[in-house]
Design a protein around this ligand. Sequence first.
Ligand code: HEC
Ligand code: HEC
Ligand code: HEC
Ligand code: HEC
Ligand code: HEC
Ligand code: HEC
Ligand code: HEC
Length: 232
Amino acid sequence: MTSRKTGRVFWVLFIFIFFLSGCSQATKDKLLKTFIDGVPDKNGSTRVAAGAKQEKKAKEMDAKIEPLKPSLIYHQPFLEQMCDSCHDSKFSQKLILKGKELCFTCHDDFTKDKKVIHYPVSEDLCLECHEPHQSENKFLLKKTIPAICFTCHDDFTKDKKVVHYPVAEGLCLECHDPHSSDNPRMLKKTVPEICFTCHDEKEIKGQPQHEGQNMCFECHEVHSSNEEKLLK
Ligand code: HEC
Ligand code: HEC
Ligand code: HEC
Ligand code: HEC
Ligand code: HEC
Ligand code: HEC
Ligand code: HEC
């Protein structure tokens, strides 16, 4: 190196360091990382400058890109382009059958021989809850559970002091079938059996307040209440 060149390198470095002394620690670290290889990250790890710069750029770009859409779930006959299994043809929107008749050409009729049928199911309103082609939600639902239930039912979790844990978590289907059932209120099991799928029967029955008690609703609400322990 000639002395002139050494001099210039010295001045460039001097100006750079002088400039840095006026910056905050964080900015200093960032700049040092950009200009000099191998500055240890404040979090402990050592990263090379190219990586850090690239990472910063990547973050900037990430911020501009719209969030990824959750992946869609497709109805199998739609995905397989079997449009004419439901429509007159690929080019027609006219349906070959109406309401659940159409659906039950492929699906088992789950209303057959059932004692209780959910009103929208009995009224052919499958599409109140399901999309026919594709959806962002499991089971081609138009909204997630419990939101879809509360499009028609009052939201009984609102303004209540106590909400039963599975209800608060939106696990309506732990207790209800969405279509039909042989039990009142479309329950998957009768009361109190349904309670003992989660609560320990022996433990409950062993508590003094429960001695000889089977009619849970004499004393408890099932969804929500303003009293402790879901009492009425
Ligand atoms: C499982 C049955 C089924 C299949 C398979 C199906 N569709 Fe549909 N499609 C429906 C139903 C039911 C509706 C009515 C939706 C409504 O009324 O909200 C519909 C509505 C439509 C409409 C009206 C606009 C809309 O999206 O609501 C178009 C267009 C359409 N389908 C095209 C297609 C094409 C193209 C295919 C094949 C790639 C196809 N469908 C496959 C059941 C089906
Ligand atoms: C041409 C046959 C066909 C018709 C008609 C049809 N489906 Fe399907 N459907 C299928 C097949 C095949 C599957 C995938 C296999 C399965 O889950 O049984 C499916 C799956 C589904 C699923 C479950 C999706 C998932 O994510 O697990 C729902 C919900 C559904 N169909 C609703 C309907 C409704 C509502 C109708 C009427 C508008 C209908 N289907 C009409 C063939 C059909
Ligand atoms: C009140 C909303 C609602 C209505 C109305 C409704 N469904 Fe469903 N359906 C659901 C929910 C919720 C699930 C998910 C069930 C599960 O997780 O076990 C489901 C699941 C399904 C499935 C896939 C799983 C299975 O049980 O085979 C099919 C097929 C289906 N529905 C068809 C229909 C048809 C056909 C109709 C109209 C006769 C209909 N549904 C009406 C809410 C509804
Ligand atoms: C722990 C089990 C359980 C869970 C979870 C549950 N339910 Fe219920 N639900 C019941 C029982 C039991 C009844 C019958 C109550 C009665 O007869 O007094 C009922 C009754 C109903 C009724 C009819 C009577 C009324 O109160 O309007 C609707 C509607 C209902 N539930 C919707 C829902 C929805 C929506 C969810 C999810 C947010 C849900 N349930 C979660 C057990 C449950
Ligand atoms: C499209 C509107 C609609 C949607 C969506 C809907 N329901 Fe219903 N549901 C009704 C109607 C209407 C009744 C009958 C009300 C009555 O008899 O007072 C009913 C009745 C019920 C009953 C009582 C059945 C009986 O034996 O009395 C239960 C339980 C219930 N729904 C649960 C649910 C759950 C859980 C969901 C969500 C998965 C849901 N509903 C979504 C309209 C709907
Ligand atoms: C899907 C599971 C499940 C079912 C079914 C179920 N429960 Fe629960 N229940 C829970 C959980 C989880 C808790 C919270 C337990 C805790 O906090 O320690 C709870 C809490 C309770 C509480 C106490 C509430 C509080 O504030 O401490 C009562 C009372 C209750 N359940 C009654 C019932 C009755 C009555 C039935 C039947 C109609 C029933 N449960 C069905 C899961 C369930
Ligand atoms: C005669 C009224 C009565 C009946 C009927 C009754 N309970 Fe209770 N239950 C209570 C009272 C009171 C408490 C609150 C006790 C306390 O504060 O510790 C309670 C508390 C509970 C708890 C919470 C227990 C805990 O350790 O926190 C559960 C779960 C429960 N009951 C389930 C049931 C089930 C399931 C049935 C139906 C088989 C039922 N109860 C019937 C009065 C009753």
